[in-house]
Structures are given as C-alpha cells and as structure tokens.
Ligand binder design. Structure first.
Ligand code: BMA
Length: 324
C-alpha cells in the first residue's frame, strides 16, 4: 500500500550491490519467538495505519497450530504483535468454522481494511474478513470452494467489481498451481474465474516451473499493476520458493504484460536457507511511496524479512527480462 515518503521504511542499496531487490541488513525483522506462544512467525502482511503501521501476522504456536494475530509498529520495522489471535465476529454471513488460518494479506478498499487468508474449512480455502481499527474484526463468507490458497485482493474495484487473485490447489503440499482472477459484486459471491498466469516450462525459467501464487497486493504504476509473486521448483530436496514480479494490465488485470524470467529474490541468506522449511522466500506485502518499495516476506517458514528496491528499476528489469 502507499505510504508517505517520511514514513517509508527504507535502507539504501549496499555499496557494490547491483541487485534490483536487496535484503534489509538487520533481517529478520520478526523473530520466531517474538510472542510467548509462537513457534514461528512468517508469511505476514502490513499496511499503513493511523500514522504508523498495522499488520496481520501468521504465528504458528508451539502445538504448531496456525492462526493470525494483529500487530502494530511506528516504523514498519519494529513490531509489537498481540499475544492473542484475532477473534472474528460474524460479517456478511453467519459465523463459519475455521480449523486454522494462515498466510494473511491485507489491503484498504474504499472504507476499510480487508483481510484474506488461507482458511481451514474442510481443507484450505480463502477466508475473507474486514476491520476498521484492527481491534474488531468481522469474518465474511469464504470466497471459494476448497481447495484454494494465496487469495490476494486488488486494492480497488476493477470495472465495478471486487477482484481477487487465487491459486486453486489440493489438500496437501500441492505439486501444481496457476494464478486465477475472480470477481465479486459484493465480497460474498465470486465468479467469472479467469486464468492469469501459468507455471513456466522447466527449460525456460525453472524457479517457477512447479507452482506460482500471488504474493503482495498489486499496486498501480505507470506500466500497470505491479505484483510480487512466489514461484516454486520441486528439487531433489523438496520445494524451493523464490520471488518474482509481474505487471498486469491496468484495465484488464487478467492480461500479464511482463513477468520476470529470472527471480528477483531467492533463498540465499542463512535465515532463508535454515528454518522449519528450508529454502522459502514468500512475499505477502509491499509498502511503496511512489518511488521505492519495501517487500515483507516469510523466510524458511520461520521468520519475517524485508527487501527494498526502486519501482523504476523493478519495472525496467521486469520489462527487459520478461518471459511473457
Ligand atoms: C505453502 C504454505 C505456505 C508455506 C509454503 C512453504 O503450502 O503452507 O504457508 O510458506 O507452503 O512451506
């Protein structure tokens, strides 16, 4: 989401570094044991809120149960996370059960913050909720049938309808996955499901050849919607999750204009290579001030890291190295 220039969390590109995205030198910004009950805190989403920041954090507890927690920060880097999970009241439907909640995304649309997450309802699907103040939360109808993951809302209506990216999946560690876009007139009924992006052929861009999923909430640039997504390769040691960028058409975001053939960030730092699930970089949020971007990503399913870049450089790189 857009942030004023003076609030933007930022660290300049290190001397001698030529990467388009670079890691924050003090990563990870959130440690695995940051709240008393947590086993791990990762794949979490942040937004500007009341002159600072708020967020929804995935904290798995020491029984390794997945749930989402609200948190707050003055600078976007140092976070206080509530010790109790979010409790939802009924939103646009009766209260629906939720066996677990994980991988939240948050965006402001019109008058409130909307939250999407992977909701356990006879298997994973996409849960939707909203809040005005990060104190009271309301849960709405699930967007899709199980099984689905990585539901990411656009921050404004597209041609008069809410729009959400998602990735139909299976009930396990899905060995496939493409990104779809669905529309809703009311945040309750979803349809007009369209394919947006597929995995790439192994020989063209292997890091994204097994499955891909929307990451951060897309934001508008001069070239279209810029979105960070994750791409996965199945290696002899299991899945490896990296991050790429895609630019979608402003008026018809089912059209991918550009998409990175090389990744922008892949597991390489110690906290990305080691943890509960080694080799995972998983973007869930991006703050931007019109010129610069700060990406929040889960690292090795254990901690939260940040990476920075200039929007102009990312767009240039994505156009120049596009696989579309
Ligand atoms: C996915 C989800 C993510 C996780 C990823 C890598 O299926 O469970 O939360 O980061 O796997 O383990």
């Amino acid at each position: 989401m857009k942030v004023s220039k003076d609030l933007m969390p930022w660290e300049e590109r290190p001397q001698g570094c030529t990467d388009v995205l670079w890691r924050y030198s003090k990563n990870p910004v959130i440690g695995r044991y940051q709240i008393p009950t947590s086993n791990s805190i990762f794949n979490s989403a942040v937004v500007p809120f009341e002159g600072g920041f708020a967020g929804v954090f995935r904290c798995d507890n020491k029984a390794v149960q997945m749930n989402i927690f609200a948190g707050f920060s003055k600078d976007g880097i140092n976070w206080e996370i509530n010790h109790e999970p979010i409790v939802f009241k009924a939103g646009n439907t009766e209260m629906i059960e939720s066996d677990y909640k994980y991988d939240p995304r948050v965006t402001w649309i019109e008058d409130r913050y909307w939250i999407t997450w992977c909701n356990g309802y006879h298997g994973p699907t996409i849960g939707i909720g909203y809040t005005f103040d990060f104190k009271e939360f309301y849960q709405c109808e699930n967007a899709f049938l199980p099984f689905n993951r990585n539901g990411v809302l656009f921050p404004e209506k597209i041609n008069g309808k809410y729009a959400m990216l998602s990735r139909p999946s299976d009930n396990g560690h899905t060995p496939f996955g493409d990104i779809y876009l669905s529309f809703s007139p009311d945040m309750k009924y979803w349809g007009e499901h369209r394919n947006v992006m597929k995995v790439t052929p192994f020989e063209d861009s292997a890091w994204q050849c097994t499955k891909i999923g929307a990451g951060s909430v897309p934001f508008l640039t001069d070239e279209g919607w810029l979105m960070f997504y994750h791409g996965v390769i199945n290696t002899c040691n299991g899945f490896r999750y990296s991050m790429g960028a895609a630019i979608l058409d402003k008026n018809d975001p089912t059209k991918v204009l550009y998409r990175t053939q090389p990744y922008l960030l892949a597991p390489a730092a110690p906290y990305e290579l080691q943890g509960d699930v080694p080799n995972v970089v998983f973007p869930c949020a991006a703050l931007q001030d019109g010129e610069r971007v700060a990406v929040y990503y889960g690292a090795a399913d254990t901690v939260v890291g940040m990476a920075f870049g200039y929007i102009k450089d990312i767009i240039e790189f994505t156009k120049k190295n596009s696989i579309v």
